[in-house]
Design a protein around this ligand. Structure first.
Ligand code: FMN
Length: 400
């Protein structure tokens, strides 16, 4: 390798993001950045982790630390799950590259129903895939999608229900084309030609990014376009709690409800029979000004942590963030953008790089906190500033 060529390895997720920004066409980078309205929630998700301090111990550390755990009965080498993200056009190998990286590092992968690769292809390279579903298309359609994911070998279902089609970002939204035809290619030429490396990767892999959602197709039918699938979702009446119970029962296997922010919702999820919840605000992409998930975690973990597995996603960029979430009651965390930045920066190896960064950072935190295992992390390992934690949906104010 030329001594002037950049080392493909990066040392932080922040550097992966910088490389993603340099490598991706502006519109694709903007779609990953996402966020909604003012961007207050997306910012608070990361800022709140920085507001939590560590309380390190000076001696009596453990020479070996156990980072392993299980999520919904599936073993993982450390408590980080790849969160389902529906994005196309980042890398030609897309979700298959992410799945290979997750398999190599021994972690679970969540696969979005809006993914660009079929669930069968992804499950073929990784035995531990959780399939994510939105409430879209009605019961019959969803039953079929679940059956397909089950047959492909998905180990659990992730139901994501926290989406309210909010529109508009103060910093502007990227234009996402319906499909890449000649006209679109010409319109996007300036931003694409400014990223020749990205263009070359897709050209070598056989062509333009596929902007379809193959896991949402009709049986044996063509995959709908991303917007076609989005339209079906928008026109489906939103689910009731009875629908959640139905979905849970229909899946039969391990079931995770993603998007819980309130204590009363967490309790209702338990009543609906879920096995796990993720305290999530959809990475700041749902209702802007929802508080950071790490602020919401302690009250929810306290309320239902003995009954279901409590996970968290939103703002995790460092291994230390993982340790903080575990100390405040999470069993594991999910990462969205961090893995996407890694994928954009260096494909499969970039996702592995991100997972190695998180694993290393978590191990350092467990070491410095004088713990022997991730299961021993406790709130007293942290400095939690006064007023940090927020409880939503509890007490008289939460009554309807
Ligand atoms: C670009 C993008 C696409 C996403 N697509 C999905 C999706 O298809 N399904 C889903 O359940 N969550 C989706 N999410 C939310 C993530 O699963 C996760 O909740 C969020 O990214 C966590 O925050 P983080 O990015 O700060 O880690 C998406 C998030 C982003 C940023």
């Amino acid at each position: 390798m030329s001594p002037f060529r950049r080392n493909p390895w990066f040392e932080t997720v922040a550097e992966a993001q910088r490389r993603a920004r340099r490598r991706l066409p502006a519109g694709v980078y903007g779609a990953l950045l996402a966020g909604s309205e003012r961007g207050r929630t997306v910012d608070d998700n990361t800022a709140a982790f920085a507001d939590l301090g560590f309380a390190p111990r000076v001696a009596g550390h453990h020479g070996r630390r156990d980072l392993t755990t299980t999520v919904l009965g599936v073993e993982t080498s450390f408590p980080v799950v790849i969160s389902p993200t529906g994005v196309q056009a980042v890398d030609p190998q897309a979700e298959v590259a992410v799945a290979r990286a997750a398999a190599n590092r021994g972690v679970i992968m969540g696969l979005s129903s809006f993914a660009s690769r079929p669930v069968e292809e992804v499950c073929a390279v990784h035995p531990n895939v959780f399939f994510q579903i939105y409430w879209s298309g009605g019961r019959e359609v969803m039953r079929r999608r679940m059956e397909r994911a089950r047959r492909a070998g998905a180990k659990a279902l992730v139901a994501t229900l926290d989406w309210s089609f909010s529109q508009g970002r103060d910093w502007g939204s990227p234009v996402i084309p319906e499909r890449i035809d000649l006209r679109t290619a010409l319109r996007m030429a300036p931003q694409v030609l400014a990223r020749p490396g990205w263009l070359w990767r897709f050209a070598r892999a056989g062509g333009a990014p596929d902007l379809t959602a193959p896991n949402l197709g009709a049986p044996d039918g063509a995959a709908p376009t991303f917007f076609g699938a989005y339209g079906e979702w928008m026109s489906t009446p939103p689910p009731t709690w009875e629908d959640v119970t139905w979905l849970r029962q229909e899946w039969q296997g391990p079931f995770l409800l993603k998007g819980v922010c309130r204590v009363d919702d967490a309790r209702r999820a338990v009543d609906a029979g879920v096995d796990a919840i993720s305290v999530s605000n959809h990475g700041g992409n749902n209702l802007d000004t929802t508080p950071a998930t790490i602020r919401l975690l302690p009250a929810i973990a306290e309320a239902v942590g003995d009954e279901v597995e409590v996970l968290l996603d939103g703002g995790v960029r460092r291994g230390g963030d993982v340790a903080k979430a575990l100390a405040l009651g999470a069993r594991a965390v999910l990462i969205g953008r961090a893995s996407l930045w890694g994928l954009a920066a260096n494909g499969q190896a970039g996702v592995e790089n991100v997972l190695d960064i998180l694993r290393g950072g978590l191990d350092s935190a467990v070491l410095g906190l004088g713990r022997g295992s991730v299961h021993e992390l406790r709130p007293r390992d942290l400095h939690v500033p006064r007023g940090f934690a927020v409880t939503l949906g509890s007490g008289p104010a939460a009554e309807r």
